[in-house]
Design a protein around this ligand. Sequence first.
Ligand SMILES: C[S@@+](CC[C@H](N)C(=O)[O-])C[C@H]1O[C@@H](n2cnc3c(N)ncnc32)[C@H](O)[C@@H]1O
Length: 274
Amino acid sequence: MSDDVEGIEVRLLLEAIHARYGYDLRDYAAPSMRRRVLATLATSGLPHLGELQHRVLHDRERFTELLEQLTVRVSDLFRDPPSFRAFRARVVPLLRTYPFLKLWHAGCAGGEEAYASAILMTEEGLYERCQLYATDLSQEALRHAKEGVYPASALPAFEKNHRASGATTDLSGFVTAAYDHISMRESLRKNILFFHHDLVSDHVFGEMHVVFCKNVLIYFGRDLRDRVLQKLAQSLCPGGFLCLGSAERLTGATPTERAFTPFSADERIYRYEP
Ligand SMILES: C[S@@+](CC[C@H](N)C(=O)[O-])C[C@H]1O[C@@H](n2cnc3c(N)ncnc32)[C@H](O)[C@@H]1O
């Protein structure tokens, strides 16, 4: 028995989404999921969560809108520059020893992170031997990522991050500026495959040399986080690298975590050494 009626309604909504559309948000971190569901309700004009559930069950478009509101899409080009700087200085020299490289950006949001590694690998002379995979749960995020178009107002911050990541060239060589927006150049896009992938319910693909899964695990509850981490481990080749977000740390608390050793711990770069 529980008096937390709102909590019950949120769980029922997530069950309904799973049963109807197959998206499984049930094991995401409960407090932040609840906050986002309630924020969505507040702006929906609907009287209660029961009504929101009814609309979502009967109207796919309503569900798509809700999914967009429940997933957090914030990103940036070279977000968290020290992690890219460490990647460039410490991981790239080891990647040079491979004739062909597979990099996966899991939870790529609007594509900024994938374009950042495409830029970095170009600067390091490795882009031509790279295949990048950039995936996300959100179709809207993927649409944006494929376009690679960002507001011109973002350019100064992009440039600052790029420089702080240890850039060896100027960002202007990678973007085309129009009056109110900037576009990523086609040369960056050519080795990136963008596609839909759900870390919770889809299978993983293997033999990655690097997996970037930054600021995604943080939205998952503990068990789900470990399940997804197992998938990321399965997708890496032995000796491959896992790059996490600045607030995501592996502590060796589970057997899955113990398969990773800190490589550049302050920057959340781990090496898969099963
Ligand atoms: C905060 S963004 C992080 C973007 C980028 N990695 C970064 O660090 O800037 C989180 C992304 O994870 C995606 N996401 C959430 N759940 C997911 C899942 N089950 N499978 C794949 N992507 C997911 C969201 O759609 C969102 O685009």
